[in-house]
Design a protein around this ligand. Structure first.
Ligand code: PHE
Length: 360
């Protein structure tokens, strides 16, 4: 600034400031958001602004000029800052209103209700049985549904001549050459053999899964059904361990007053073998008209026995150092007994009136 023309300088300064104020105030309305507003504010009163330049010029003025000019600069700066603050409030409340409009829920709008699915009653029973055995220290194991004849039969001490190996009983994928016959597993017992091959004793597992037999559909048979296998192998496992374990399972699954009984039976892979019946939880053996046990008082539930030493041989365990028990149960049969279901066909009919009765 030229100090010899002070009058004109004063005039020029006030004009410059007025111009700055007018321009700035006019541009405030065009600021669309807070960032744009900050930029305008910085341009008018910030470090590099005309106001800052004017303040730097004060040092070259005499005292009286400096006082007048200083007051003028401060007033303009204050007015600009006040106008910026007003616009800032305005932008903030606009942004708030927009956010509320965008995020708000109109509770009066009609909605399409999507029915939630539920777990099939057969899967519910599988989960429940597995949970009970997990509580007893067992692990869950799985195996393939398309199985070799070796794991499904031979490793389980079931000789080639056994009638269950005929095509009339078993569904084959590849049949005829005993070396590489493939079939749809007829029980979950091959998981025993596969698991023992892969793991050293002790073994405590349950193996749930789908099984297949060449059966015609009727009230108690499906060609595709579910089983849960159990296997415990350890040092000095006895038949009492088998009995105690399955009695505990029956109490947890069917109710605390449930009793069990064992009837001698035959399975190629266990010796001795038994069928386990549970006392009828509906009539407890008291009613000849009971719809669950039909007056028998007992419900046939589980095949079981002590693992045959030949099975241990087949999987590479030493039969002189370990013993074990195994059991197998039909999941649909458990579900039918538990819920008083009269036909196994209900499980595959997909009738929602049936399925909805088991919310899980
Ligand atoms: N695998 C037998 C069946 O399908 C059941 C069973 C399993 C029996 C384990 C004894 C031991 O009938």
């Amino acid at each position: 600034m030229d100090t010899t023309t002070n009058e004109t300088d004063g005039m020029e300064l006030s004009e410059t400031l007025e111009q700055l104020k007018a321009d700035t105030l006019a541009s405030l309305d065009t600021a669309a958001d807070l960032a744009a507003l900050d930029a305008i504010e910085a341009g008018a009163v910030g470090r590099e602004s005309p106001i800052a330049a004017a303040r730097r010029g004060l040092g070259k003025m005499d005292a009286a000029q400096r006082r007048d000019a200083g007051r003028m600069i401060n007033e303009v700066a204050k007015e600009i800052e006040a106008a910026v603050a007003v616009r800032k409030d305005q932008l903030a409340s606009e942004a708030r209103a927009a956010a509320i409009a965008a995020e708000g829920i109109d509770v009066t709008i009609d909605y399409v209700s999507v029915p939630s699915g539920r777990i099939h009653v057969v899967q519910q029973v599988i989960d429940e049985v597995c949970d009970i055995f997990i509580g007893l220290g067992y692990h869950v194991a799985e195996g393939p549904e398309a199985e070799t004849a070796w794991y499904n039969f031979d490793a389980l001490n079931t000789p080639p001549s056994h009638p269950s190996r005929l095509e009339s009983d078993t569904m084959y994928v590849d049949y005829g050459n005993p070396e590489d016959e493939m079939l749809l597993r007829t029980h979950t017992s091959p998981v025993q053999a596969r698991y023992m091959e892969q793991h050293d004793p002790p073994v405590y597992i349950v193996a749930p899964g789908k099984t297949y037999r060449n059966d015609t559909v009727d009230a108690t048979h499906l060609p595709v059904f579910y089983q849960i296998e159990g296997l415990a192998v350890d040092e000095s496992i006895t038949f009492s361990d088998l009995k105690g374990t399955l009695a505990e399972f029956a109490r947890q699954f069917f109710g605390s007053t449930t009793r069990i009984r064992l009837r001698p039976h035959f399975f190629p892979f266990t010796e001795p073998s038994a069928e386990l019946d549970v006392s009828c939880f509906n009539c407890d053996g008291g009613e000849s008209s009971c719809r669950v046990c039909r007056g028998v008082g007992w419900i046939e539930m589980i095949g079981c026995g002590m693992v045959d030493p030949r099975v241990f041989d087949a999987v590479g365990y030493d039969p002189s150092s370990v013993t074990g028990f195994a059991f197998g149960m039909g999941v649909e049969r458990l579900a039918m007994a538990r819920h008083g279901i009269d036909s196994i066909r209900h499980f595959i009919d997909n009738d929602l009136r049936f399925l909805e009765q088991f919310p899980g």
